[in-house]
Write a protein that binds this ligand. Structure first.
Ligand code: PAF
Length: 313
């Protein structure tokens, strides 16, 4: 299968390496020319549980190089989804498929609007990976990946993708209710990401303090009111219990949003807690805790370039 991966974050790099190693024809699209040159020269290094390996991958900074692609996998941050979709639009062939493996709410809708709903596949991955440096990642956890169409249909190409992923050592299954999976992941991110970004705690530490534990519960409970109103059937019964279980299972993780804050990067707050606030507004459901978490993270982003003295003065 000819595959293009859009976005050189940890998941993009991991999927590029695993699928290339399995013999698929994969090219990574990265807008950063300097990083493209570095990775072309040095390859990708993956630190895994019991081994470290280096692998040479195809990479380009020009979408025009991506010809005859069967499957595009979008792995950019949610705030870059529109640009990513626009950049690949000119090189799509009629049969090209586009799979999103991003966090947060709204990506399927943005991609569908730009590239056409019929070719879009939703996805959620619980693979855990962190970027260590240019072209170097740590593969921290081997969770499953789930893909599906929003219309619940299972066309043959979904089975083909599942097979390609499984053969590459990426355990993958198909769901008829991809919306439920996206919301199930979103709720966990609502409870963990902003709180860790604000407090600089690791996921597991959120459970050690009464204050963070309380806020986690309240943020998740607000989001659950929306889930209930929208009649979404999550893949677990108790959202707070599940979020706490994820904190324990990923206790040593620095969440993706805390990683962004530590590197003074834009965060996905608008697509996580911000998405809950927006949904709440349109449904008439109050979400004060998510609103405060959103405002705090936005204030942190806005003051990245101020020194402590500036902040004090
Ligand atoms: O965004 C993240 O970091 C992850 O989705 C999760 C589950 C919170 C683990 O760190």
């Amino acid at each position: 299968m000819n595959i293009a991966i859009v976005g050189p974050g940890a998941i993009g790099i991991l999927f590029t390496t695993m699928l290339s190693k399995a013999g698929q024809n994969v090219c990574l699209l990265d807008h950063d020319k300097q990083r493209v040159d570095f990775i072309s020269k040095n390859g990708i290094t993956v630190d895994s549980k019991d081994k470290t390996y280096n692998y040479q991958v195809k990479i380009t900074d020009k979408a025009g190089d991506l010809q005859d692609i069967d499957l595009f996998i979008i792995c950019v941050k949610s705030y870059d989804t529109k640009d990513a979709a626009m950049s690949i639009k000119p090189v799509l062939k009629d049969s090209s498929l586009v799979l999103t493996l991003q966090n947060g709410l709204g990506n399927i809708e943005i991609i569908s609007e730009i590239l056409g709903q019929e070719r879009v596949i939703g996805g959620v991955t619980n693979q855990g990976a962190n970027v260590i440096s240019h072209g170097k990642i740590r593969h921290a956890g081997f969770g499953d990946t789930v893909i599906g169409k929003t219309d619940s249909k299972i066309p043959a190409y979904l089975r083909d993708i599942r097979e390609v992923f499984n053969k590459a050592g990426i355990p993958t299954r198909i769901s008829k209710d991809i919306r439920a999976l996206i919301w199930s992941k979103l709720i966990i991110n609502v409870g963990i990401n902003a709180l860790t970004a604000i407090t600089h705690l690791k996921n597991g530490q959120l459970l050690e303090y009464e204050g963070t534990r309380n806020i986690l519960c309240q943020a998740v409970s607000e989001a659950m009111k929306i889930v209930k109103r929208k009649r979404i059937k999550l893949i677990y019964d108790d959202a707070i219990e599940k979020t706490e279980a994820v904190c324990e299972a990923t206790a040593q993780n620095i969440s993706s949003m805390l990683q962004d804050v530590l590197k003074k990067r834009k965060t996905e707050i608008d697509y996580i807690n911000g998405a809950i606030v927006k949904q709440g507004q349109s449904l008439g459901i109050h979400t004060p805790v998510n609103s405060i978490l959103m405002d705090l993270v936005k204030s942190i982003e806005a003051s990245y370039n101020k020194t402590v003295c500036d902040k004090e003065g």
